[in-house]
Design a protein around this ligand. Structure first.
Ligand SMILES: [Zn+2]
Length: 102
């Protein structure tokens, strides 16, 4: 599945869980989110704290246009985040310690 497929699956699962309120649907939505996050950080090194970084899709200002970009960060280490318009770019930044300025 592509990132777009995984994101769509996550959105569908979240919408289903909100509509049904069933715990099994909430678990499925969480797992869909984890599947997306894992696909985004594919190829990333571990954080120096030992954690696998977390990946997200984020609105990204690219020139004057807002487009969907990729953010990778450590959920334990503050300030360790990087963002790029492409997944490959975000992974490269993460692996080269190019953090966003705070
Ligand atoms: Zn960390």
């Amino acid at each position: 599945m592509t990132i777009q497929d995984l994101e769509q699956a996550r959105k569908d699962a979240v919408a289903k869980a909100r509509a049904s309120g069933l715990q099994e649907d909430h678990i499925a939505a969480k797992q869909a989110g984890l599947a997306l996050a894992a696909a985004i950080v594919d190829g990333c090194k571990l954080c120096e704290c030992g954690a696998m970084p977390h990946g997200m899709l984020q609105p990204f200002l690219f020139g004057k246009d807002v487009m969907t970009g990729f953010e990778i960060g450590c959920t334990s280490c503050k300030g360790k985040r990087c963002k790029a318009p492409t997944r490959e770019g975000a992974v490269a930044k993460w692996n080269e310690d190019q953090w966003l300025s705070k």
